[in-house]
Design a protein. Structure first.
Length: 254
């Protein structure tokens, strides 16, 4: 049997004498995704993408271990949407601190957070944790920002739209409700100019932005688009895992 790169599916028998070059921490969220995708969409995406990319990186010779996904994300802007579960950024920082300490104790010095949720932003935390733990090289990767070489989707996707729905139709079709019954993901934009131009920022009040919790129209989503997208982003992530595994930190800048 081929060794799995996923810690939750591994046994001590295999792990106790194994060394790894990089750990991957999938980080999702638990939140409503329009009316047709499940609350666990971001968790499912992060977990499956991380495993598939780690397998590919492993085949190329990288030693990767995927940690269990953190199921809750920052949902402060969706606090009034039923059973969206919020994890504050300060709690995320504490979780990361404990995970990093555990990894360092076991001779792991590289960590990639594979993020699948727009409300999560670990960059400032990674700056702070990087100072505190100079022995750990920290990365964040947002899979949904991977640039595509060709157009796969007709409509832009922000949340539960064409891209995310296509991906879920490929990964977990049994969890996707009929698209005819889904909301259209229509959204409003804030009237303040600087925020529209994106040099100003304020948190989006989700229930004022969208009626169905979606931002982006899911109606043109297909399984085929999802498969094409999945294959491409997994390849890009596998490359990231491989590069981080094989790059010596002292020689990272050329
Ligand atoms: Zn999502």
């Amino acid at each position: 049997m081929k060794p799995t790169p996923v810690l939750a599916k591994s046994h001590w028998k295999q792990i106790r004498n194994e060394e790894f070059e990089v750990a991957v921490l999938p980080w999702g969220a638990t939140e409503a995704h329009n009316t047709h995708l499940p609350y666990g969409t971001d968790i499912i995406e992060a977990e499956i993408l991380a495993e598939a990319a780690a397998l590919q990186a492993q085949e190329k010779g990288a030693k990767v271990i995927v940690l269990p996904a953190i199921p809750f994300g920052v949902n402060t802007g969706q606090h009034d949407i039923r059973l969206d579960i919020n994890l504050n950024p300060s709690t995320q920082l504490k979780i990361l601190e404990d995970v990093i300490e555990s990894l360092l104790r076991h001779n792991l010095h590289k960590l990639i957070i594979l993020n699948s949720h727009g409300g999560n932003d670990f960059r400032q935390m990674l700056r702070e944790l990087g100072l505190k733990f100079p022995g750990m090289w920290l990365f964040q990767a947002n899979f949904y920002q991977i640039p595509l070489p060709e157009k796969i989707f007709d409509e832009p996707d922000d949340h539960a739209g064409e891209m995310e729905t296509s991906l879920m139709l490929y990964l977990k079709p049994e969890l996707v409700l009929p698209l005819e019954e889904a909301g259209d993901g229509a959204s409003k934009t804030i009237s303040i100019g600087a925020v529209r131009q994106k040099w100003g920022w304020t948190e989006r009040e989700w229930s004022k932005v969208t009626r169905d919790t979606g931002v982006g129209n899911p109606k043109k989503a297909t399984r085929e688009k999802g498969e094409k997208y999945f294959r491409y982003v997994v390849g890009e992530m596998a490359q990231l895992f491989f590069e981080v595994a094989k790059t010596r930190r002292e020689e990272a800048y050329t």
